[in-house]
Design a protein around this ligand. Sequence first.
Ligand code: ADE
Length: 230
Amino acid sequence: MRIDLISAVPELLTGPLNHSIIGRARNSKKVDIVVHDLRLYSTDKHHKIDDYPFGGGAGLVMTPQPVFDCIESLKRERTYDAVIFPTPDAEVLDQKTVNRLSLLANIIILCGHYKGIDQRIRDELVTHEISIGDYVLSGGELPAMVLIDSMVRLLPGVIGDAESALDDSFQDGLLSAPVYTRPANFRGAKVPEILASGNHEKIRLWRDKKALELTRKKRPDLYKIFINKK
Ligand code: ADE
């Protein structure tokens, strides 16, 4: 998978893109992530990328010229399966959408200001709009990182234990069962005995039961969907 990330504040992305699972996935060439500084595409002599909104109102709006130039230059190099714009006024991202997007070969993610990008960019260039939740952030960089992290961990070979991404909360529509490590007794709080029993069938049943209990308690909305599907 190749991801081209367009941002006017590329510094915001350097930490998350260079460490931990994403950093390792990049180093081992499991994913290619290229960051483009939007200001470098501006033909304005001050490298301006935004301007006042027509009709008045607070905040600046990202102008079409640098975005069109940047995306058009990328499209001259290769074909893209999606141009994704993170924005709060869109459908909320879920695991099903992440799974689907993680199968694409080449994608562009365009980070905007919350106050907006010129609508012509959305009309003519953007193919997918995603929100990461019903709250407002000041720009698209953090949502872009949320999307990238959720996709990259699903790519083949990125997570060591092949099963562990499939075990994630939400992959089967339920939250995950609790996990424990050593010591078996920490300050008097003991690990459930069954987990140390070595009986894999019993452990599986215990985890299924806990996942169901936790989902019913914490996310009754997901529980209802799960029960109705069965
Ligand atoms: N940009 C600002 N807020 C956002 C949100 N909640 N989701 C995606 N993009 C955003």
